[in-house]
Write a protein that binds this ligand. Structure first.
Ligand code: AVI
Length: 299
C-alpha cells in the first residue's frame, strides 16, 4: 500500500506503521536523533562496531557482499567496510529512495573499488534482490528490529535468512534498561524526536495535500513495562476534524494516533526469537553497561 492509502487507513484505525516516518525530511531528522546526547543506541552501537571490527571482518571473510536493511545514511557500515578485505559489493536497501541515492553517491566517492548498488524499496514487502556477488552477509543495525511486533520481527528475520542464501546476519538489538533512561532517549530536550514524530503529519500535508495544524498535536513517548516497549503517539490537543483523501476524521482532545513501538530485548530473549526464525545464534557483543547488543546469527 502507498503512503496515501496507509495514512488514511491509519486515521481510521488510529495506528500508522513507523516506516512512514522516513521520507527525506524524516530520514534527516532521524540522523539528528542519532547524534542526541540522550539517544544512547547509536553511539553505543558505533563503539561496539569500532571495537570489534577486526573480529567481524574475520567472520565475514574476503570478497563478501554486504546487504544492509534500512541503510539510511550508511554511516555504521563504514566501520565494517573499513575493516573488510576486498568487499565485493554493498547493497543498501531503504524505503527513502531520494535519501538512499545521496548516501550511495557519497559512499562511491569514498570507496572507489566497491560496487555500491542501492535498492529503494520496502523490505517488509516483496523485494527482489540481485543474485549474490560473493558470500552475502546481512547487516541490520540500530535495533530497527525493535520497531516490529515480536511475531512480525520473527517473520522478518526468517525472510532475511532466505534472502541471505546461506550467509550470516549481523544485527543490532537494544536491551532492557532503567525506564528513566529509555524515557529520556525518546523525549529529548531539544525536541528532535517530537519533530520526527510530527513529521508524519507534515508529510501528509506535503504529499497528500492535507491541511493538518501541527500545533494541534503533541508528541508523547513512554515506556510500557509489561510489553517491554517504548510507545510513541501523536496526541490531539483539541477537538478537531481532519479532511484527508476525501474522508473526514474526528479527533477529540486527548485522542491519539499510535505511530511507533520500539521493543527492548534481553540477550537470551532475542536469541530465542532468532532461533524461532531459523537462525543459529552465534556470539553476542555488548557494552560494559549492557545498553546495546550486536548478534551474529548463522543461517
Ligand atoms: C529506527 N528505530 C530503531 C528508532 C528507535 O529507537 O526505535 C526510531 C526512533 N524513534 C524515536 N527515536 C528513534
Amino acid at each position: 500500500m502507498s503512503f496515501a492509502e496507509e495514512f488514511v487507513a491509519g486515521l481510521r484505525t488510529r495506528h500508522i506503521a513507523p516506516k512512514w516516518f522516513y521520507d527525506a525530511e524524516g530520514s534527516r531528522l532521524f540522523e539528528r536523533i542519532c547524534l542526541l546526547p540522550e539517544y544512547y543506541p547509536t553511539r553505543t552501537e558505533l563503539a561496539l562496531l569500532d571495537r570489534h571490527a577486526p573480529e567481524f571482518a574475520a567472520r565475514i571473510g574476503t570478497g563478501a557482499e554486504i546487504v544492509e536493511f534500512g541503510a539510511g545514511a550508511s554511516v555504521k557500515v563504514r566501520l565494517l567496510l573499513d575493516a573488510l578485505e576486498s568487499p565485493r559489493r554493498f547493497v543498501p536497501i531503504d524505503i527513502s529512495g531520494e535519501y538512499l541515492a545521496e548516501a550511495a553517491a557519497t559512499l562511491r566517492a569514498d570507496y572507489p573499488g566497491l560496487a555500491v548498488e542501492p535498492l529503494a524499496g520496502d523490505f517488509t514487502r516483496d523485494l527482489v534482490l540481485p543474485p549474490a556477488a560473493g558470500r552475502r552477509i546481512g547487516f541490520f543495525p540500530g535495533s530497527s528490529i525493535g520497531n516490529f511486533e515480536p511475531e512480525a520481527a520473527q517473520a522478518l528475520l526468517a525472510r532475511f535468512r532466505q534472502w541471505l542464501d546461506g550467509g550470516a546476519l549481523l544485527i543490532g538489538v537494544d536491551l532492557f534498561k532503567e525506564p528513566a533512561e529509555l524515557h529520556a532517549a525518546y523525549n529529548d530536550a531539544q525536541g528532535v524526536t517530537a519533530a520526527f514524530n510530527l513529521n508524519l503529519l507534515a508529510r501528509a500535508n506535503r504529499e497528500l495535500g492535507a491541511d493538518i495544524d501541527l500545533g494541534a498535536w503533541a508528541h508523547a513517548a513512554f515506556y510500557h513495562p509489561p510489553l517491554r516497549r517504548i510507545e510513541m503517539h501523536l496526541v490531539s490537543r483539541r477537538r478537531q476534524v481532519l479532511q484527508v483523501g476525501g474522508e473526514r476524521f474526528e479527533f477529540d482532545e486527548g485522542d491519539s494516533l499510535h505511530t511507533e513501538n520500539s521493543y527492548k530485548y534481553g540477550v537470551e530473549g532475542f536469541r530465542a526469537l532468532a532461533r524461532r526464525a531459523g537462525f543459529e545464534p552465534g556470539p553476542v557483543w555488548t557494552d560494559a553497561a549492557r545498553r546495546f547488543s550486536l548478534h551474529w546469527l548463522e543461517p
